[in-house]
Design a protein around this ligand. Structure first.
Ligand SMILES: Nc1ncnc2c1ncn2[C@@H]1O[C@H](COP(=O)(O)OP(=O)(O)OP(=O)(O)O)[C@@H](O)[C@H]1O
Length: 365
């Protein structure tokens, strides 16, 4: 079998290149009865981060493993830097692909020093060239060069794993839940550091995560996977603002969902009507609101009449943000509303709910 040969070629920064770095076309993978990946296509450009987001078992890791060369394709094609590396007959072995990987379980070599770990994939000449030291300096760990992995903290080990993967100058970097074992503060730091290093190197990145905040923060594009297929792909904002269905919408926040139907171009909801939907009369719909899009306002005592108003059930003040749970008269489910800052709302307060109609997400059944 003929192998693509990437050795000795350096990746090129994102602004110079006008060709995709990674092209996945109609890729399929079956495991006996399980159709794990079904017709997945993705294009990732140099310096771009694409995130695969989806529930457990939706095919994210299998897709990543096919890019790495650890898993064979049943159909479709993968090209890296314009060269085919895999299809149903061809599978360039992992070590021949210009692909770096950082997984949740780091797999640093425990018997090697930090410097030896980082230099592992490099030629002797490059090991002696000061490159390892430069990479360690870049992540602030040059003073730990002679230590062993067990002498470092979790965050420091994660940085070593990242620069070790970068040392070989891969064209494509695969990150599988790479920061999930770190605490919140370190995770934010690591995401920023990883983004800086990867963008600087012009590497195309595929990131797998369950964490929608991580996807929103790191990705240029997000592909939401479900049942082995890509349900929707777009920029983080497109997916947040214009999800194709409730399942995609639900990845980015909790949802308040009402059933309804279109009558004379209007939809009634328990918190107000939506006009100008452009949908056919009689269409059954679900209307979803994100908690942050619902505004809760206390009613003055003078306007409160009997029990006809929504009332506050619970208030959670988290300092930066607060959650208010509201009971709507005659409705079985409670509303979840959130707002930045502090609220002086109290349980029992009678309130009105407001919203900007453009934030309502309407899905036809
Ligand atoms: N080697 C295998 N043999 C049999 N079935 C497999 C194998 N690898 C994966 N699967 C199945 O393929 C489907 C997709 O698995 P995959 O690991 O890609 O999902 P995932 O989205 O990465 O899940 P998670 O988020 O839990 O890691 C699952 O139903 C899984 O059980």
């Amino acid at each position: 079998m003929e192998h693509a040969d990437f050795r000795g070629q350096k990746p090129v920064g994102r602004h110079v290149r006008s060709e995709p770095m990674l092209e996945i076309t109609g890729v399929e993978r079956r495991f006996s009865a399980t159709h794990a990946v079904q017709g997945v296509s993705l294009t990732v450009w140099p310096g771009e981060v694409t995130c695969l987001l989806g529930p457990s078992g939706c095919g994210k890791s299998t897709t990543l493993r096919m890019i790495a060369g650890i898993e064979q394709l049943d159909a479709g094609e993968i090209r890296i830097d314009g060269r085919p590396v895999a299809d149903a007959r061809r599978n360039v072995p992992p070590e021949m692909r210009p692909v770096g990987m950082v997984f949740q379980d780091l797999a640093l070599f425990p018997h090697m020093t930090v410097a030896a770990n980082v230099g592992f994939g490099l030629s002797r000449a490059r090991q002696g060239s000061g490159e390892v030291r430069h990479l360690l300096e870049r992540v602030g760990l040059a003073h730990h060069a002679d230590k062993y992995p067990h002498q470092l903290s979790g965050g420091e080990q994660q940085r070593i794993a990242l620069v070790r993967a970068l040392a070989t100058q891969p064209r494509v970097m695969l990150l599988d839940e790479p920061f999930s074992s770190l605490d919140q503060r370190l995770r934010v730091e690591m995401r920023e550091l990883a983004l800086d290093l990867l963008r600087e190197a012009g590497t195309a990145v595929v990131l797998v995560t369950h964490d929608s905040d991580e996807a929103m923060m790191m990705a240029d594009r997000i592909a939401i996977m479900h049942g082995g297929r890509i349900r929707q792909e777009g920029t983080p904002l497109e997916l947040y603002q214009q999800p194709v269905d409730l399942a995609v919408a639900g990845f980015f926040s909790e949802l308040n969902v009402f059933d309804g139907s279109v009558a004379q171009d209007r939809i009634k909801t328990p918190i107000g009507d939506l006009a100008g939907t452009g949908m056919a009369n009689g269409t059954a719909v679900q209307i979803a609101f994100r908690p942050e899009h619902l505004k809760v306002r206390r009613l003055a005592q003078a306007v409160v009449q009997g029990n006809s108003h929504p009332h506050v059930l619970r208030v959670q003040n988290l300092g930066r943000e607060n959650f208010v749970e509201v009971k709507l008269p005659g409705q079985p489910d409670h509303l979840r509303c959130s707002a930045p800052g502090f609220t002086d709302l109290m349980p029992g307060d009678r309130v009105e709910i407001g919203f900007d109609p453009s934030t309502a997400m309407i899905f036809a059944h």
